[in-house]
Design a protein around this ligand. Structure first.
Ligand code: FE
Ligand code: ZN
Ligand code: FE
Ligand code: FE
Length: 200
């Protein structure tokens, strides 16, 4: 059983090594495609982390005394393909395109959380303590990458009314004044705190 668990662990390591390399290749394009500087920063930070994760995987192969190998991660290929679709569908930088990019990037982080979670459990099973710790580090990074994206989407982009903003940006100049009125009305409606105060 022990040797077959190690076999499975190594197989999954081949998959994630390839997945991480695909991410390193794809991220620069996504960074320059993002409009929000906060989002750009988050993606850039995660690119650095991803490169370190690849180094970490190298260490893990050494600790396990197996050859460093890759096997195409088809799932990551598809997930990255979806990111590219966003850039094809939304040609210009916009808040709404940022949200679409976040949605796709979060799928990637969730996938990685799954893989590292499995890897860590398998490593624990064969009592490879150092390997467990290294995998836990990467797992934590993937988790916090995901929650950072959540914060950017929910704390900034979405609550400030990304949908409305995107609609207004698309309006021709003539309608700008009307658009401003709509924006004001939305702001009023969107503030439950003020509403509550007004009742008092
Ligand atoms: Fe990663
Ligand atoms: Zn990552
Ligand atoms: Fe995979
Ligand atoms: Fe990631």
């Amino acid at each position: 059983m022990r040797s077959s668990i190690k076999y499975l662990l190594v197989n999954e390591l081949h998959d994630i090594l390839n997945a991480e390399k695909q991410i390193v290749k794809a991220l620069p394009k996504v960074i320059s495609a993002a409009e929000s500087s906060e989002l750009k920063k988050a993606f850039s930070h995660h690119l650095k982390e991803t490169k370190a994760q690849i180094v970490r995987l190298g260490k893990i192969f050494r600790l396990l005394n197996v050859a460093k190998q890759e096997r195409c991660c088809h799932a990551m290929k598809g997930l990255i393909e979806e990111c590219k679709e966003v850039l094809q569908e939304f040609k210009q930088k916009s808040a709404i395109r940022d949200v679409a990019l976040i949605a796709k990037a979060q799928r990637i982080e969730h996938y990685e959380v799954c893989v590292y979670g499995t890897l860590r459990t398998l490593a624990r099973e064969i009592e490879a303590k150092e390997v467990v710790d290294l995998l836990q580090e990467s797992l934590n990074e993937e988790g916090s990458a995901n929650s950072t994206l959540n914060k950017i989407a929910e704390g900034g982009l979405l609550k400030s009314g990304v949908n409305h903003q995107a609609n207004l940006e698309g309006m021709p100049k003539l309608k700008r004044r009307a658009a401003k009125k709509v924006k004001k009305a939305i702001k009023k409606r969107a503030s439950p705190v003020k509403k509550a105060r007004r009742k008092k």
